[in-house]
Write a protein of this length. Structure first.
Length: 430
């Protein structure tokens, strides 16, 4: 037994029996101290793979230096492998030893490659990943290019529930993004742009029988996507995201409040009532505190949250009616009350112009608005993915390559899905 070989293999987690370590030490490379472990790689052959003859002549060793995992990034680790070369005495075929530590014609170990892929799932720059693994940033980019091939493009399957949106990406261009609206919210596709003909062309690659199985598509009130859904998904029900409905109403109410506030002098109590604590007006009425008092320094008195809102609504009847409609629709969406939503949309009087315009938009899209009031699906998951994409770009100081951006997005999403992550990483070194 070779104690040096056993100790080094234990320290480096190497189990290949054909690799036999015989020496180790420090060297200097580009003014950096590096660790070098020297080993001989045996062929392990008993017969020639070409003719089957069982006698060989020794033909020296092929020396290669392989980058390996390092516990300390300031001290890179290299494996100096002396690969045995043999010549068949019968046919003259040359055979060189190989090892599972590294691919043929490659100087970066498989373990290092797997570690790079694991680091790419974190919110880090590619340059910092390259420094930690003792490779160049260009090498990390090449692995990203190879990673894109690991995704299986299955044109015989689509989820029953889809969610669509756009996200700003490379060069400020808006990219189309589509995810599974239920389950694990896996990203289905990110296209380089959001042109209608390109989106339709992508989904037309799926057979009609596959597209007919899509039951719902969740999106915002952009009619652009509604036209696409009607063309490619004949049986799908369009659902408007409830967040966008509420956002439109709260924006309309906020604008109405500001317009009324500007009618008063800045020194008046009415102005202060409308100016400050504006977040309470946008809060759901059931969430307002009705018992706990707080001191409002702008009004110089103690009030509850409900009383604070009521003081502002008492200043103008139109504002109060606008607030009632907003709260009523929010309650109907929260309770999945389809009939109540219709009543609020068609039975309202004396509203602000901004809220009237918003309700007109809702009435024009009545069918998909009502679908939102009875469906549990929303664009919340895709908005969360958009937030993740913005963070990836912020950390990387932007991307110039669209495919690198998409690969980083999919890799980072895999971090929350260990089952898929393991199956994908298992094929990296093959």
């Amino acid at each position: 037994m070779n104690p040096i070989d056993n100790h080094i293999k234990f320290a480096l987690s190497i189990k290949d029996p054909n690799v036999i370590f015989f020496d180790y030490g420090y060297e200097y490379k580009q003014n950096r101290r590096i660790k070098v472990y020297r080993a001989t790689v045996k062929t392990g052959l008993e017969r020639c793979p070409q003719c089957g003859f069982d006698q060989f002549n020794h033909n020296g060793h092929y020396l290669s230096r392989v980058t390996y995992l390092a516990a300390n990034a300031s001290e890179p680790v290299y494996l100096e492998l002396h690969k045995e070369r043999l010549l068949c005495k019968n046919c003259g075929t040359s055979v060189m030893a190989t090892t599972e530590l590294v691919d043929k014609y490659c100087n970066i170990s498989r373990a290092t490659r797997q570690k790079i892929f694991m680091h790419l799932q974190d919110d880090r720059t590619q340059k910092s990943i390259a420094c930690d693994n003792n490779v160049s940033p260009s090498t990390v980019c090449r692995y990203l290019d190879k990673y894109d091939d690991l995704f299986r493009r299955n044109y015989n399957y689509l989820p029953e529930h889809l969610a669509m949106d756009e996200v700003r990406g490379v060069g400020g261009v808006l990219h189309f993004i589509c995810i599974n609206g239920a389950g694990d919210h896996e990203i289905q596709q990110i296209l380089p742009d959001r042109l209608k003909q390109n989106i339709i062309a992508y989904f037309k690659q799926f057979p009609l029988s596959v597209r007919q199985r899509v039951k719902t598509v969740t999106l915002d009130l952009n009619s652009y996507y509604q036209d696409i859904v009607k063309v490619v998904f004949p049986n799908a029900k369009i659902i408007v995201d409830r967040f966008h409905i509420i956002a439109m109403m709260t924006r309309a109410f906020n604008q109405s409040r500001v317009q009324l506030m500007k009618q008063y002098s800045k020194r008046t109590k009415e102005y202060r009532i409308l100016k400050f604590a504006w977040k309470l007006y946008l809060k759901h009425c059931d969430d307002l505190e009705v018992k706990q008092l707080f001191y409002d320094r702008h009004l110089r008195q103690q009030v509850t949250q409900q009383e604070r809102v009521q003081l502002g609504l008492e200043l103008d009847e139109t504002l109060a009616n606008t607030y009632t409609i907003m709260q009523g629709i929010m309650t109907c969406l929260k309770n999945y009350d389809k009939d109540g939503l219709v009543i609020y949309l068609y039975h309202n009087e004396q509203l602000s112009p901004k809220m009237k315009a918003t309700l007109i938009t809702f009435k024009k899209n009545l069918e998909i608005i009502l679908n939102a009031s009875e469906s549990k699906y929303s664009n919340g998951p895709i908005e969360g993915i958009n937030r993740m994409i913005k963070q990836i770009q912020r950390t990387a100081f932007g991307f110039r390559n669209y495919h690198h951006l998409v690969s980083r997005i999919k890799l980072q999403q895999m971090r929350t899905k260990p089952n898929k992550k393991g199956s994908t990483l298992s094929g990296i070194g093959e």
